[in-house]
Write a protein that binds this ligand. Structure first.
Ligand SMILES: Nc1ncnc2c1ncn2[C@@H]1O[C@H](COP(=O)(O)OP(=O)(O)OP(=O)(O)O)[C@@H](O)[C@H]1O
Ligand SMILES: [Mg+2]
Ligand SMILES: [Zn+2]
Length: 307
């Protein structure tokens, strides 16, 4: 049974997406056409955007705009509303992995921007996500990643810790307790889903038009263990970047100032998400062998949390 390439839900009609899922991602009921040839994407991106790209990071990606009639998506040097990450030869199935991992986070009520996979022939299935830092009228919202907030250079983005992030939220968020609880949920999820690349630039503070500074919607969530088998956490929690235990998560909740009852609820929610998570993995577009590995990883981490 094919799945919707946006929500991974079952499809009843012979269409690759639910119409309402296309609507939530693009604000229109039929899928806009990507007017670029993915195989030529990099040359195009490099020539059009040399030195102008505002999105940095390790993965190849391009900024896209949706035409005003919402029928086409094109590469743009400035004012892009979407980010597209094509398949890469360096690591296997990263867009499908990111899509599934973001979908798992969403299932746990972690806020994300709208995102999905595009079915492109040829060119595989690139991952697309809407930018959270632009309003519909084009206004740019202020965003600072945790590397900037910590006053560190980009090359030092791995010199963080979960505790440093909590300190930054205490200092800069408008409502620290709420944002720290959201951060706890997110970083617990990242450990559970074996996302070893959550460095300081993968967390950001967003300033809303009302001037409220809060944790941005989540982005760049990937199960890195599927491509780097001995990967460890990018940021230690309780001083550890591997072999975390339920005890460490309980202690870290205490560090965060999360009351015991609330912490136990967050941990239980993560444990209880196992069955629906397994269904999403099975419905995902990952190759079968990666589905099996993903399943084994989250079963093991769920058992650790439950012990
Ligand atoms: N949906 C989004 N809306 C706005 N900005 C975003 C969004 N997704 C990513 N970004 C910004 O773009 C940067 C790069 O994106 P992302 O982290 O997804 O790419 P990456 O190349 O995988 O990064 P890394 O260097 O962590 O591997 C992020 O650090 C963030 O600042
Ligand atoms: Mg990143
Ligand atoms: Zn759907």
């Amino acid at each position: 049974m094919p799945s919707c390439a946006i929500c991974l839900g079952e499809l009843s009609a012979d269409a690759p997406y639910h119409a309402e899922c296309i609507e939530s991602l693009f604000g229109t009921s039929s899928l806009p056409k990507l007017v670029i040839d993915l195989s030529k994407l990099y040359a195009l991106a490099a020539s059009k955007m040399a030195g102008k790209m505002s999105i940095s990071g390790a993965q190849e990606k391009v900024s896209l705009t949706l035409s005003s009639d919402r029928r086409t998506l094109d590469v743009s040097a400035t004012g892009g509303r979407y980010i597209l990450k094509p398949e890469t030869s360096r690591f296997s199935a990263i867009p499908k992995n990111e899509h599934l991992t973001m979908r798992l986070a969403q299932m746990l009520s972690i806020e994300t921007p709208p995102f999905g996979l595009l079915r492109q022939d040829p060119g595989g299935m690139p991952y697309i996500i809407r930018r959270f830092d632009r309003l519909d009228d084009g206004t740019k919202l202020q965003v600072e990643d945790f590397c900037q907030l910590a006053g560190k250079r980009v090359k030092d983005k791995y010199e963080g810790s979960a505790e440093l992030c909590v300190k930054l939220l205490k200092k800069y968020a408008t409502e620290p307790l709420i944002e720290i609880q959201k951060f706890y949920r997110l970083i617990l999820f990242c450990w559970w889903a074996e996302n070893g690349d959550m460095h300081l630039k993968n967390f950001s503070l967003l300033t809303t038009p009302e001037g409220i500074r809060r944790l941005s919607p989540a982005y760049d969530l990937v199960c890195t263990k599927l491509v780097i088998p001995d990967d460890t956490l990018a940021m230690p929690v309780g001083g550890r970047d591997r072999k975390l235990t339920r005890g460490i998560w309980v202690e870290f909740a205490d560090y965060c100032g999360i009351p015991d009852k609330a912490a136990k609820r967050l941990i239980s929610e993560q444990i209880d998400s196992l069955d629906p998570a397994l269904r999403l993995i099975s419905a995902s577009f990952l190759p079968e062998s990666m589905k099996n590995q993903y399943e084994a990883l989250i079963r093991a981490n769920t058992a650790i949390l439950a012990s």
